[in-house]
Write a protein that binds this ligand. Sequence first.
Ligand code: GLC
Length: 794
Amino acid sequence: MKIIGEVGKWELRNSRLHITTAEGQVRISQISSATFRVQACSLDEIFQESGYACPVIPEGMAFQFSEREDSLVVETLDVRLIISKSPFRLRFERLDGTVLSEDDPGLGIVWDGPEVTNYKTLQPGERFFGLGEKTGPLDRAGKQYRNWNTDAYAYGPNTDPLYVSCPFYMGMSHENMYGIFLNNHWETTFNFGAANDRFSFFQAKGGQLDYFFFAGPEPADILREYTALTGRIKLPPMWSLGFQQCRYSYSPDKDVLRVARTFREKEIPADVIYLDIHYMQDYKVFTWDKEKFPDPESLIRQLHELNFKVVVILDPGVKAEKGYHVSDDGVENDVFLKYPDGQLYRGAVWPGWSNFPDFTASRVRKWWADYVGKLAKQGISGFWNDMNEPAVWGHHTPNLIGFELEGEKGTHKEAHNIYGMQMALATKQGAEDALGEERTFILTRASFSGGQRDSAVWTGDNHATNPHLMLGARLVNSLGISGFPFSGNDVGGFTGDAAPGLYRRWIAQAAFHPLMRAHTMINSRSAEPWCFGEEDLEVARNFISLRYQLLPHLYSLFYESTKNGMPPVRSLLFDYHREWKIFTEAFENQFALGQHLLICPVDGEAALAKVYLPEGRWYHFFNDKVCEGAQEHLLEVPRDLIPVFVKAGGIIPMQSITQHVHEPHDKILRLHVYHGADGAYELYEDDGHTRQNEAGNYALRKINYKDGILTISPQEGAYKSAFQHLHIYLHGANFKKAKAGQQELKIEKSDFRFLKAISNFDPYEDYPDASKIIAELLRVETSWYSDPIKIQFY
Ligand code: GLC
């Protein structure tokens, strides 16, 4: 074991500080005024660059630094880095001297064979968040986690690791936020003061210590900087934000059509239907079952006529079988993984013994992409990448398997965690090449930091239980904290049968998640919205319809994510990390859709719910009852609802219910504005399915609300909005009149109703003490493309 030791010499070269210590060498660069990069390796190594998570790492800026007798000090506008010389240790602090993070004085950076660890002093009360798809609490203090993508079938609320690895976390020390991203895709371990009271650490089993330190100060700043490095999503097709229905498996083709037709007959909005592994001939990838799916083009055409998009599953294992064209072709093109002696590696998955493409080679990705393209040309719109940890029936792929790693060559130990992400990249390339201007949608089970650029993730094989409903909320929250904006859980639970009440609560929660997909296991009860009885069907229709009403909001949030990495679903960490209550078990699952819409998950059976409303003034979303923040509230929750609140200052754009995302709505944009605090919003629109937005065909409007004055900026971009009327619902204010310029505007009292009453329950009337709904309707039938709109209420 080697501890890094004392600083020997140092020099500034190409905006990088090169330091040699007794046992290692360190390179430090400043990426922005709040971000540093630290790389360390032993004396006999040369520095390596890993480009999977961060395709382009900025060179580094000019340093402002000074030398003191015992240290080197780098100071930016936001943060100070003190590099002590004897021994070499780093301390990041705010300019007022408050420590953000510092190396453990006795340990610092330690090498133990190929393993490298950085020990950081545990600060009093330090909290830890993120690491992507990890079970456990929101605040991860006292826990340890491993990053090794794993096929975690039927995982429990504490199982670790799961399918996605994301070695990025945020910490809060002395009330200040910071972030650390370990740019290393080998197996890594993060300890946040588990089984010790001295340090937190991050450790890699191989590769080098290469980490980024983000000084924030806010979580949103950290995420912006992190996603500037690891990338952000492009706008997904609008249809992928609609309701998605999946099952393991709909088969034969008639069954797929039956399900799609039932959605239309029962008027449950939906956009996507999935084909799980039974569409293939004997599970052979890039084939169709000849008996069950004899005419895929006709099936796809009929589904398109019903306005459904089709997503098919693609597993990486290619059946090793002479005469199967994909297998023969793969062998001929030398695309499959091999042992070091040159023999092809075979692992057992759905089709039996299979070979696995090496997705870490661009020529192999191209090979795969061509097959994906053929499916896209047949009319498949989206692709679902599964088993790409890679999974081999719960076993471990042998570590000595060789991978190309873009010419760098390495073994499974190094390639494992990025395999799934590179498969998703290959799949996306194939779909995009074939679909031209049309956007595609890739859903993956395994991924790695940076994978957010290419795909959405779902949280794998969950259970139909209450703890999983809650864990599902936390997983989506944590993925959002960690740069993955587009995720969701199998609604209703993958394994097991949802008990009465669970499905309706699950569908209500998922209506506010970025990805809303119902899915269930083979031989479990069917999980379409009509399979749980009349009431659940009504609840499902209500909440799915609500999601379609919220599409302008959801889509605007996705747009925001493309700009700054902020996830549509936000853990309360983002805006309320100074309120300790949000970290308690009772409230850690709550999340916001955007900045102001607060959703409180509740168990299947719960008739009462304790929720925490952070500071500010809140409106009950369904009836406008006002609740004060910075306190707990005990609420009665009818079986048909979950508690949803909007914060004063919130602006939520909505539309009429449609049966699928491209069905024309009633052309009225409904702007719900919540009085009581200043509000700001960016409303984004485009055609929702092509890439023309990238050429300027979009509409972006800035909306502001302050003390009875609402302003809407002229639009940026050339897209002709599908909305022709604007209705403003001003909640919580009792103005009697309104003017736009000199023009007097008509104000009407109006009932807004996001949900329909179900059975004997009416979400609007069952609150006897609810304040009267104040919804004032304003109709501005105007061209609102180039003129600013200013409306004054008085
Ligand atoms: C895996 C997936 C699941 C899928 C099944 C069959 O268990 O996680 O979603 O339905 O395989 O393909």
